[in-house]
Write a protein that binds this ligand. Structure first.
Ligand SMILES: [Zn+2]
Length: 61
């Protein structure tokens, strides 16, 4: 996978299949720049879950 494909998968993060997520992590393991982005997105996802466990606010907006 190259960085461009990686970015496409990242845009769908949270809705990836297990296989896609594996590929995502495999690329991040060998590409520090992409690993950083993944780290940031995971952090963000964790915040969304904590603030809104059932994603109710997302449905409302
Ligand atoms: Zn990359």
């Amino acid at each position: 996978m190259n960085c461009e494909e990686y970015e496409k998968l990242l845009m769908r993060f949270g809705q990836l299949t297990n296989r896609e997520e594996e590929e995502l992590r495999a690329h991040a393991a060998g590409c520090p720049a992409c690993a950083k982005v993944l780290e940031f997105i995971e952090l963000e996802q964790r915040w969304i879950k904590r603030l809104c466990p059932q994603n109710r606010c997302m449905q409302r907006h």
